[in-house]
Design a protein around this ligand. Structure first.
Ligand code: G4P
Length: 531
């Protein structure tokens, strides 16, 4: 392995930002990009007044459909590091892609609104991070607004998410009385000064030591006393920083700040980059593959169809896991057994797509999909034959019966639903007893239903009706040979099969999951299906 290659890979940091809508993910991403020099003015990520779309947004077609962000990757250099931020769409765009993006990340930054604490969507995304044991960093945002008690926030993270926390800095007041943060390592106080708009990266922050004369005056006597109490309490009561526990995803370093006013962002970035690791080995059926292995390899974690309507193209997003990708060399697609050149490999930064010649382990690139890739597929060098662990199928939460309106177009209808399901935009099920004559689709975010209807009509000329079903939970039956018709107390559930004939049950609530397990001894369920 050449030293240059090793250096390139080791300076990479690839992470996803997770949060509940409105916690400040876009604002924080934008500030990171400002620091990295990738954009020049605040507001380019998400326009305010003129409601421009985020830099991480896709193409016109998404805008047309009212679907803005699909996960994309933003790359920039900062302080010698090469940073890949993977966007996980929030809002109503929340879909399986959001989960899958986390499979491509090496760590996650969790943004929490200081006035709200841990919210629903954060919990969902957090569960995927835990499943992968990736490091999770917490940025408690909006300290410039009235915030909840910091101890209470940490306790909530620990109790609701089940992860230990270690505050790296500590807030002094909040809202109108927000004075700044105390760095527990350097024992210095950075005074809060808002730098909100434009291209400014941040004003020089005034710093005080704990014993400095002017401190009490600067932060008021009351907050000074509180700070003295907090510093003692924190050292005694909070978890000590332990890099190993952070690496294993068991301890989350916590930072307080305010993304909008660019306060605490740079400190966060600096600590974070030191505390995260460069790309790690990934599991394959031939054992662990090291990122600094000379031979290129990667896996597909997302497929985006019809990025360009005129060409009906499909772009597959690949996370490179080892070596260097060279656009001029053949690669081997393990699942089809084909050798090929990946055409038009590109780095994607919102509307800008840059055709690239090379990329390294840790990077995410888009490649043209000739229609043969599926989510989870492995690409490697010819001569090597191994497959990376599959991407789990995540449990959808909304279900509809999908009915074609024109029975003459049944074939086209099935082709359309099957293809859209293969891309992973929806999950497709068949009735357990009626089979394919009753198709049920499941999604993680309801907007995917609109996407499905739109695409079936526009791309496959099939008009459809979606009939909502009253279920929100799905469980795979662990033993696939189980006869669902022989189970007792399942009149409230719907029995379906996935496209691989695995039996599943749809439930209205968690209570009915429990009842069924109680009445059917030995019946075991799975929430994720490992492919
Ligand atoms: P999201 O991507 O997580 O959904 O959140 P986003 O960054 O879009 O932020 C949501 C709202 O919160 C935005 O205001 C944003 O300006 C505001 N915000 C983000 N960080 C901070 C912060 O540190 N302090 C304060 N005070 N506000 C913050 P909005 O009014 O909903 O949208 P906009 O019209 O400003 O875009």
């Amino acid at each position: 392995m050449s030293e240059d290659l090793r250096k390139e890979i080791e300076r990479r940091r690839t992470f996803a930002i997770i949060s509940h809508p409105d916690a400040g993910k876009t604002t924080l991403t934008e500030k990171f990009l400002l620091y990295g020099g990738a954009i020049n003015t605040a507001g380019s990520v998400k326009g305010k007044a003129n409601s421009k779309y985020a830099v991480s947004d896709w193409m016109g077609i998404e805008k047309e459909r009212g679907i803005s962000v699909t996960s994309s990757a933003l790359q920039f250099d900062y302080d010698g590091y090469c940073i890949n931020i993977l966007d996980t769409p929030g809002h109503q765009d929340f879909s399986e892609d959001t989960y899958r993006t986390l499979m491509a990340a090496d760590s996650a930054v969790m943004v929490i609104d200081a006035s709200k604490g841990v919210e629903a969507q954060t919990i969902k995304l957090f569960k995927v991070c835990v499943m992968r044991h990736i490091p999770i960093f917490t940025f408690i945002n909006k300290m410039d607004l009235e915030a909840r008690d910091p101890y209470e926030l940490l306790e909530e993270i620990e109790n609701v998410l089940g992860i230990k926390t270690c505050p790296i800095n500590w807030p002094i007041g909040s809202g109108k009385r927000f004075k700044g943060v105390y760095d527990r390592d350097t024992k210095k106080i950075s005074m809060f000064k808002a730098v909100s708009v434009g291209g400014a990266k941040g004003a020089a922050e005034t710093e005080y030591g704990l014993d400095d004369d002017g401190l009490k005056e600067a932060i008021t006597e009351e907050l000074y006393d509180q700070l003295m109490e907090d510093t003692e309490l924190l050292d005694g009561a909070s978890e000590p920083f332990d890099q190993e526990l952070v690496d294993q995803g068991e301890l989350s370093p916590v930072f307080f700040g305010s993304a909008l006013t660019t306060f605490g962002v740079e400190t966060f970035l600096e600590h974070f980059l030191k505390m995260t690791e460069s790309p790690l080995p990934r599991q394959s059926d031939a054992g662990l593959i090291s990122p600094v292995d000379e031979a290129f390899s990667g896996f597909i974690f997302k497929i985006q169809a019809n990025m360009n309507k005129a060409h009906h193209d499909r772009i597959a997003f690949m996370r490179i896991c080892s070596g260097k990708f060279d656009a001029n060399k053949d690669v081997y697609h393990v699942q089809s057994g084909r050798k090929m050149k990946l055409s038009r490999p590109q780095q994607i930064m919102a509307q800008d797509r840059k055709v690239i010649d090379e990329a390294y382990a840790g990077d995410v690139i888009g490649v043209f999909d000739p229609g043969i890739f599926s989510i989870g597929d492995t690409l490697c060098m010819p001569g090597k034959k191994f497959a990376y662990e599959g991407i789990p199928t995540f449990a959808p939460e909304h279900f509809c019966r999908l009915v074609p309106l024109d029975s003459m177009k049944r074939k086209q209808f099935m082709k359309g639903v099957t293809q859209i399901a293969q891309e992973g935009a929806i999950q497709m099920f068949q009735d357990y007893n009626l089979g394919m004559s009753e198709i049920v689709v499941g999604v993680v975010g309801v907007l995917q239903f609109d996407v499905l209807k739109y695409r079936l009509e526009n791309e496959y000329s099939c008009d459809v009706r979606l009939e909502p079903l009253p279920y929100n939970y799905i469980r795979w039956v662990k033993d696939p040979s189980t006869d669902l018709n022989s189970l007792s107390r399942i009149s409230d559930c719907k029995k379906v099969k996935d496209m691989n004939d695995n039996p599943l049950l749809l439930f209205a609530n968690e209570w009915s999951i429990r009842i069924i397990q109680e009445h059917n001894e030995g019946l075991e369920f799975e929430e994720f299906k490992k492919n």
